[in-house]
Write a protein that binds this ligand. Structure first.
Ligand code: SF4
Length: 289
């Protein structure tokens, strides 16, 4: 556990976390919506600093990034917690767990992560598996060392982070995959427990900085499979981020609290045709072949 960054002190040892747009107000002893940042007697702490839920080599295409060092492997790490609550989450056992789970995780230092990346054939380190924004301090400490060693930093995120910490992260990150949940505020509020506009701000900031960006869109039946909304989304990507930003249209499978049938392949193919009219690189994910 270490003192967290990006927070303000209020009266009576209450705190306001400024890391993500939720802006949680925390009484002494209470944790934020992400469950892993806590008011410890008037100090905000990150309870999952270096507490890894997973550390393993993955193909870069699994992040997914198809146009960033294609064919390479990357050391991938994750901890616990998330600032969203998507009912279809495929990693709910680590993203939505309580403190009893993460207190059993194995602790690493940023130096040990760098060492592990250097020992393998990894191009660098991917911050993934659960939302890395909620373990910002460990991600930054590791990413600074990874960059200094001449390796790559890849951030796999929902994009729900405030502009200041994002600007700092953009100085050390080499590539992002941002998971776009849909193109309506209603979808974000109803399913993820967030808002759309901060995610769009994040996407614009990454593109403006010229950092490699790919977008993942998981098509969940009855949630975000409306074709009119999809057209609006791909038009926005083309007009605001550029037609060269790769889009991964992924098939949903039942997981955690959602048991609807998987997305139909024909719908995914229809979306691919529509997207290719706007964007240069469009991929289907979680589909055979
Ligand atoms: S990072 Fe966690 S504690 Fe901080 S504002 Fe977001 S959800 Fe709340």
């Amino acid at each position: 556990m270490i003192e967290a960054r990006y927070y303000g002190k209020l009266s009576d040892r209450r705190l306001r976390c400024d890391l993500c747009p939720h802006g949680c107000l925390l009484k002494p002893g209470s944790a934020g919506l992400c469950r892993v940042r806590k008011n410890n007697n008037g100090i905000l702490v990150s309870e999952v600093y270096g507490v890894l839920s997973g550390i393993q080599m993955d193909p870069i295409e699994k992040k997914p990034l198809n146009r960033f060092f294609p064919g390479s492997d990357i050391l991938s790490i994750g901890t616990f917690g998330c600032n969203f609550r998507c009912p279809w989450c495929q990693n709910a056992s680590i993203s939505q767990c309580g403190s009893s789970s993460y207190r059993t995780g194995k602790s690493y230092t940023p130096e040990e992560v760098l060492l592990a990346a250097g020992r393998s054939q990894s191009i660098g380190v991917a911050y993934t598996y659960n939302e890395p924004t909620v373990w910002y301090e460990f991600m930054m400490d590791a990413a600074i060392q990874v960059k200094e060693a001449g390796l790559q930093n890849v951030v796999v995120t929902n994009g729900y982070i405030n502009p200041k910490p994002l600007a700092e992260l953009l100085n050390v990150a080499h590539a992002f995959n941002v998971d776009l949940k849909g193109f309506s505020d209603d979808i974000y509020r109803r399913y993820a427990g967030g808002r759309l506009s901060p995610v769009l701000d994040t996407l614009r900031a990454i593109a403006d900085k010229g950092v490699h960006l790919e977008i993942t869109f998981l098509v969940v039946p009855g949630v975000n499979d409306n074709l009119a909304m999809f057209k609006e989304m791909i038009t926005w990507i083309r007009d605001c981020l550029g037609s060269k930003v790769p889009l991964h249209i992924n098939r949903y499978f039942p997981s955690w609290q959602m048991d609807r049938s998987p997305t139909s392949i024909s719908l995914l193919k229809e979306m691919r045709v529509l997207a290719r009219a706007c964007l240069d690189y469009v991929y289907l994910g979680n589909v055979p072949g």
